[in-house]
Write a protein that binds this ligand. Structure first.
Ligand code: PMP
Length: 380
């Protein structure tokens, strides 16, 4: 995994700029932004206080988060359980710093989002890293059990998973719940992609599993829900005692989050279901366009439920199966930037998969497909 400061994302985006390549590496939409949210933020900037809001977040946003999860995931939460943070990233950091003491072991599951490992290490913890089983990316419960030792205190999960887009089923979470109960573990579940699910698979949070509800922290992100990644408004949701510990860390990480964006996120979460359905339909169509274009050109795309990404299976697609070398060739020769999935591994990397982002306009996706198809045809 790249050292902090020189991530693969910066490397690829830098190359894309330098070479004039289409950037399907970076994980953000290049599409019109939701006018309802922009207008709400503008109104809040002009009409509401721009001074420090309450440390745990404005009550209206905390209530809106609880209401949104009641509506979309059937969770019964009180606003007291919600701590508003500066992005999902800060919620992850505040939670890790609240729960990990020096010497603790934490199970991480790869492919993993790049913040987890450094956060655990900065807290003085040690990571025990297990892997999802490719290419279905299922979580092997026996491997999880085997990774738990006397110093293990918690598990970090991510559903839907960035980079591979698969989700943890209720059955898997229940099995994890048994393990967590048996060893008295906490579970930190990164659910920032929960609203970006395009195949109808129900999103299940550990907070919905009786054995996990009391011991789990759910992390969400308005930046992902509203497709404005720069907003950096997120939250941690947990049982009141856990939430209080997280708030104590948040207090000295950022203390608070810009109030206008909190007001806008609160308004956004109360938008009608039709708004969310329309957003999902737009992304579903873009994803289908990229997948069908690639499949028509002979690429094999792995099934995925959510996130803004699709995964190419390189060997099955008849491509050289070293994702790092291939992504370097693709950006230079085909002028399409991608992200090697092995960048999401801390150890024992899987080298056979490439991540592509589909939240770009149709013409950009079509041109990327044409370039990738020409590259693949030239190899044959
Ligand atoms: N977790 C995962 C799995 C992510 O993909 C991201 C953003 N790419 C984050 C957390 C960070 O979310 P935020 O921008 O709200 O800090």
């Amino acid at each position: 995994m790249s050292a902090p400061g020189t991530t693969i994302f910066e490397h690829m985006s830098g190359l894309a700029r330098e070479l004039g390549a289409i950037n399907l590496g970076q994980g953000f939409p290049e599409l019109p932004e939701p006018p309802e949210l922009i207008a709400a933020a503008q109104r809040a900037l002009g009409e509401r206080s721009n001074q420090y809001p309450p440390m745990r977040g404005i009550p209206e946003l905390r209530a809106a988060v609880a209401g949104y999860y009641a509506r979309t995931q059937g969770l019964t939460l009180s606003a007291e359980q919600v701590i508003v943070t500066s992005g999902g990233t800060e919620a992850l950091a505040a939670t890790v710093f609240a729960l990990v003491a020096p010497g603790d072991e934490v199970v991480l599951v790869q492919p993993l989002y790049d913040a987890y490992l450094p956060l655990v290490q900065w807290a003085g913890g040690t990571a025990k890293v297990i892997s999802l089983t490719s290419p279905e990316w299922t979580l092997p419960i026996e491997t999880l059990k085997a990774a738990i030792g006397p110093k293990t205190r918690g598990i970090v999960l991510n559903t839907p998973n960035n980079p591979v887009g698969t989700m943890l089923s209720r059955e898997t979470l229940e099995a994890i719940g048994e393990v967590a109960e048996a060893h008295d573990l906490w579970v930190l579940c990164d659910e920032v992609w929960e609203a970006m699910v395009f195949d109808g698979t129900p999103h299940v949070s550990p907070l919905a599993i009786p054995s996990l509800a009391r011991r789990s922290v759910k992390v969400g992100s308005a930046g992902k829900i509203f497709s404005m990644t720069g907003w950096k408004v997120g939250w941690a949701v947990a049982a009141p005692a856990l939430a209080a510990k997280i708030a104590a860390r948040h207090q000295f990480l950022t203390f608070t989050t810009p109030p206008a964006l909190q007001w806008a996120a609160a308004e956004g979460l109360a938008l009608p279901d039709t708004w969310f359905a329309a957003q999902r339909a737009r992304y579903t169509a873009l994803k289908a366009r990229l997948v069908s274009g690639l499949e028509a050109a002979g690429f094999i795309v792995l099934p995925a439920s959510g996130t803004w990404f699709i995964t190419l299976d390189l060997a099955a697609s008849g491509l050289p199966a070293d994702d790092v070398l291939l992504s370097e060739r693709l950006v230079r020769e085909a002028k399409v930037a991608s992200i090697p999935v092995s960048a999401f591994y801390a150890e024992r990397p899987e080298k056979g998969f490439l991540r592509l982002c589909f939240t770009k306009d149709e013409a950009v996706l079509d041109e990327a497909v044409a370039r990738l198809a020409a590259f693949r045809a030239a190899l044959a």
